[in-house]
Design a protein around this ligand. Sequence first.
Ligand SMILES: Cc1cc2nc3c(=O)[nH]c(=O)nc-3n(C[C@H](O)[C@H](O)[C@H](O)COP(=O)(O)OP(=O)(O)OC[C@H]3O[C@@H](n4cnc5c(N)ncnc54)[C@H](O)[C@@H]3O)c2cc1C
Length: 895
Amino acid sequence: MPRALVKVSNIDPTTRQITMRRSHPWINNFNEWLLTACRSNMGIKFIWSGNDAKALVYYMTDYVTKSTLAFYDMFALAQQGIKSIEHERISNSTDNIVDKSRKLVLRCFNMIASQQEVSGVQFDFDRTRCPGENNYGIIHDVHIFDVAREHHTTTIKEWKRDIEARRDETRNYLISGEDTLEVRDDETQIEVVGAEIPTSPIKTKATRVLLVTATNLVLFPTKQNIVKQFTLNTQQKYAFMIITSHLDGENHAYTDTIDNQLLMCIPGCGGTGKSQLIRAITKYFQVTKRDKMLRKLAPTSIAAAEIDGLTIHSFLGESRKNSKKKQTRHLKERRCRCLSNDLTCWPNASSWQRFNESIDGRLVSPKPSAAVCNYNLLNTDACVIATAQWTNASWRSDQVGAMQNHNWEKSSCSISSPNISCSQGSVPVLAVNATLSEHVQATVRMATVNNLRLVIKTTGHDYLGRSTAAGSLLLWLHFMTNMTLIPDFSSCTGENVLNAIRLDAGVQWGQVYTWLAQYNLTAIGGASGTVSATGGFLQGGGHGPLTRWKGLAVDQVLEFDVVTADGRRQTVNTCQNSNLFWTLRGGGGGTFAIVLSAVLRTFPSPSVLSSFNILTIANETRYNSFVHNFIHFLPTLADNGWAGSFYMADTSLVIIFLLPNGDLNVANATWNQLMKNNTDLNFMQPFILTFSSFNDFFLNVLAPFNPTGDNVLLGSRLIPETIVRNQPEQLAETFLRIKGKAGTSLIGHLVAGGQVSNMSNNNSVNSAWRTALLHMIYSQSWPDGTSDEEQQKLAAHVTSQVDILQTVSGGSQSGAYMNEANPNELNWQQKFFGTQQIYDRLKSIKQAVDPHGLFVCKNCVGSEDWSLDLNCPKMSSANKVSTTILLFVIMQFLC
Ligand SMILES: Cc1cc2nc3c(=O)[nH]c(=O)nc-3n(C[C@H](O)[C@H](O)[C@H](O)COP(=O)(O)OP(=O)(O)OC[C@H]3O[C@@H](n4cnc5c(N)ncnc54)[C@H](O)[C@@H]3O)c2cc1C
């Protein structure tokens, strides 16, 4: 609304109302002296309401001053300042009210300024308000101020001269050209002579603008109306006509290919009416029904609000001050997570309801896997099913709350000894059963905005318990199950890959093998058909029956489709997000991004020869001698292309080996070398089985061997090939020493060497894989109801068994496969990731892609920066130093 004009600025002593002199009733609050003093070309903004005040404070703190401190940090500091003043008042109450308020403002300023660099604007702003006042510690220099004022007066004059000069220049340009536009000073009529005019003196190439003539007035009578309505002065009208005529010309007159973009700069200091001009232009777009063509951008939010537009940064979808944001968000986000038992921060029911609506109602309430059999949550029918399916890994994958090894559920619910009050344990109370990328993105947003602990789960196979956490929000990807065959995949590097496959996050290896069998193809997956194809298995490396033949699963990745911690969906391959591509191939699940799908290589399915034997040898001495023979024989098997696993417990040995595309005669000859010295043992016949495809072998031999539903802890080591070849005696002795007794077993996987060693893929998988031949696992289980104390003893036992294993694995620098490892592993960074150097690189990429630690999981990259329960950030040493300095500074001010 127009405001009353006054000749001179004045303050009404009774109402304390300040009235500023302005040059025009429509122009915003403009006072050249204040502008000069502020060294600013912005209008002075009146603070009409609380919102205005907040916007202004935000504007000053977060934009104008380019402060390194966030808005809320400023408040905290200002509060410190107020407290210190109040403290002083108790001892010194002689100050009058003016001095007191000055002191207060200055103290607050000092508190804030002491924590940041003071910008020129801020410095001058302060000087303007309190010239010459240096008795409260602020650095003031009247001389400098005067010099600055002089300088700014000169600058204002220069602006004015510049505007005049440009106006004349433009007018002359138009007059001297073939086509002339005359702007009359009576501000009512615009007359155009000629057909083409250059629209800007800066543009030398003529740009056609539709004639602005009397005809135009007929065609677009609204122009004059708007000019009048917005009381545009001569310059404003001139600019308005150029722009609107150009607009009309584009729509109505242009048929040729002349560059029809109008680049026009309308300079002028604050209050000269630029915003008013924009409002008039906006009106014209509206009345001619072209408002959708208009985008109004401004560098600051206040300026944007003034013209009802957007800031340039939000229009471009970028944060305004990335570097600053990183710092402040870092402070903001790295705080203790909000858990479901904290009702002060956990979103309320209506927030969850809104969120649920936004994800197509896919919010579910997980329960521990045994809950339905316990008295407080009893569901008899469901309990019958749970009991029957307890050790079925597929059933467990289908339960949102279940982990394969239910010790990770940490619940008092039990299938074998039901409880009257079974607890939720570490099973999240809410989960998103995501089927679309949008669900995943919305979940990331929900977790970020509310500072929730987020966990990702696909199948719950994790041996480190990384896919569940008490009080968290669970993102469950199990039902993202698309599989697509890509006959001709063009990689970003130009490589053409035949029969690549894209597997969605929830796909499990058993499904892949069966699906690919129809195309006579196979892929490099796990021995377990229920482990997810693209989740933790793949991102941690992925070994399996065919890895010696073609390399680790992770060596087959061509591309990922992911949602990153900032909620963006991104393609990740060698060319795009290449750092993330490197980390996702070996750096571990749940750490860097949420994998929606992966593109993998496939291979024509091999035929498979398999040796499957269960030996139980009553005599311990005989058992030991056979184990020695067998370990000696492993290099021979490896050299002949065999792979497989063996399980040692008490005096039994189970052997499941396979040879892809093998020759039966050669295979028999190979195994005969072992058997000829052990004819007294009862080997199963036929000793070698033949399968026409890998899927046949998988369904008949491996699939039945997938037991879960136990409480389990593991520890493991990758055994270097040189040790297997050169020290088989020590190896056999060690295996016999730690082999399982009741509830334990020692598992050997001959899954490394061969192509695993030959692969030179540039990925982050533990380098110990490349030199290993065997992956040895010590496994410990225990029944429900085992006391905490006993469980701790078992955990310590696992660690000590692995220590023994380590003596034949290369000592302290040995490596372990993170996906099948001891959660209590010391020095896990080196063990799981190979070297400190690799770990450091992983961590720096982690910091870049997930600066606020949205993805935190046990023994995952960066998890050492969090408390044991991973809910609170530990203070880094850098933070500690700066906090100490901050405290010191605060104390200085308080004293
Ligand atoms: C019975 C059994 C058999 C096994 N057999 C093999 C085997 O043959 N070969 C082998 O190498 N390993 C095997 N493992 C180990 C297996 O690789 C790990 O348990 C692995 O973590 C499983 O990954 P998952 O996604 O299926 O499990 P989950 O428990 O669902 O997830 C494991 C980790 O990956 C994260 N994660 C899951 N999905 C995603 C995703 N889409 N994006 C980002 N992060 C994700 C989770 O947050 C978690 O940190 C076996 C485990 C069990 C229990």
